[in-house]
Design a protein around this ligand. Structure first.
Ligand SMILES: Nc1ncnc2c1ncn2[C@@H]1O[C@H](COP(=O)(O)OP(=O)(O)OP(=O)(O)O)[C@@H](O)[C@H]1O
Ligand SMILES: [Mg+2]
Length: 284
């Protein structure tokens, strides 16, 4: 199981996040970014965070430490924003905490480089888990002490939002054209050679054991937590085994880079703005 801590103080909401994650202090003297069980996206987002966070960690990808955070509703009283206060109250009980990385800088696609080897591993991993939330617009990566950190895995494993359609997701190609690292010459073949053999049934079972029973919700309302865990394990193993379907297009997308995403300069310029200024001029 993940380490369990108890929240002792609500510090502030993190306004950047769509799900209004909160900063909290806990009884282990740690500070955590807390993702709420009652947030609009639902508790499955927390399952995805744990499964992908712990799978990434097992594959030596850098992710902040995860804990479960027991939150008492009384902690909401200091929060002036009513929306946040209600969210916190409705989330009483077990929530997800990520170790807060103070002073971390947001990754900026285009400005920040990542080595092809690491970029390839991140791209391969995101394709395996179907991460639709690591685009150049919203990279969900931080630099902390000069090292890349992957965060925000809530928008992965999207098959669990509709179990009857899960089989159709197994071989679905991954759209990497908007990925934040597709311009970094990601070495996807090397990543596949290094990582695929490490994703084993025992590893996935160990990862799924970290998810609290209470958050697991399977195809049928009365599915036992371990039966739901087995569904995730089988789905991820099937996805891994279907690499013939998704790996070649991923390699091709990585080779092509993100060149297609940028419109030629001036192409989306409204006519009333007149012709574009000469290249090299600061446009702000
Ligand atoms: N562990 C952390 N340490 C420091 N800052 C963090 C951490 N986790 C998240 N943040 C900051 O908070 C922001 C929001 O976090 P995150 O992306 O996980 O939330 P979200 O609500 O899922 O966001 P989104 O709007 O992308 O759906 C991040 O962009 C980052 O700036
Ligand atoms: Mg985010």
């Amino acid at each position: 199981m993940l380490p369990a801590v108890t929240a002792t103080r609500y510090v502030t909401p993190l306004r950047e996040g769509g799900s209004l994650p909160g900063l909290m202090e806990a009884d282990d003297l740690g500070t955590y970014v807390v993702k709420w069980r009652a947030a609009g996206q639902g508790v499955k987002v927390l399952v995805a965070e744990v499964v992908c966070g712990e799978l990434a960690r097992a594959l030596s990808l850098p992710v902040p430490a995860l804990v479960t955070v027991d939150v008492a509703p009384e902690l909401a009283v200091g929060e002036p924003d009513v929306e946040v206060q209600e969210l916190l109250q409705r989330s009483a009980g077990v929530n997800l905490g990520l170790d807060y990385l103070p002073g971390a800088l947001d990754f900026e696609a285009g400005a920040d480089g990542v080595a092809p080897e690491l970029a390839g591993r991140v791209l391969w991993f995101d394709a395996l888990v179907g991460n639709v939330d690591r685009s150049w617009r919203n990279p969900n990566m931080l630099f902390w002490h000069g090292r890349l950190q992957l965060i925000d895995h809530g928008a992965t494993l999207t098959f669990h939002h509709h179990w009857p359609g899960a089989a159709a997701a197994v071989a679905r190609p991954y759209d990497a054209t908007q990925h934040a690292l597709v311009d970094c010459s990601p070495d996807v073949r090397a990543a596949d050679a290094a990582l695929a053999a490490r994703v084993t049934r025992p590893l996935l079972e160990q990862v799924l054991r970290q998810v609290p029973d209470d958050w697991l919700d399977g195809p049928a309302p009365d599915d036992a937590p371990d039966a739901v865990r087995a569904r995730y394990v089988d789905q991820l193993l099937a996805r891994l085994a279907a690499r013939d379907a998704w790996l070649p297009p991923l390699v091709a997308a990585a080779a092509e880079g993100g060149s297609r995403r940028r419109a030629p300069r001036g192409e989306n310029r409204p006519s009333w703005l007149g012709p574009p200024p000469p290249a090299g001029m600061n446009q702000r």
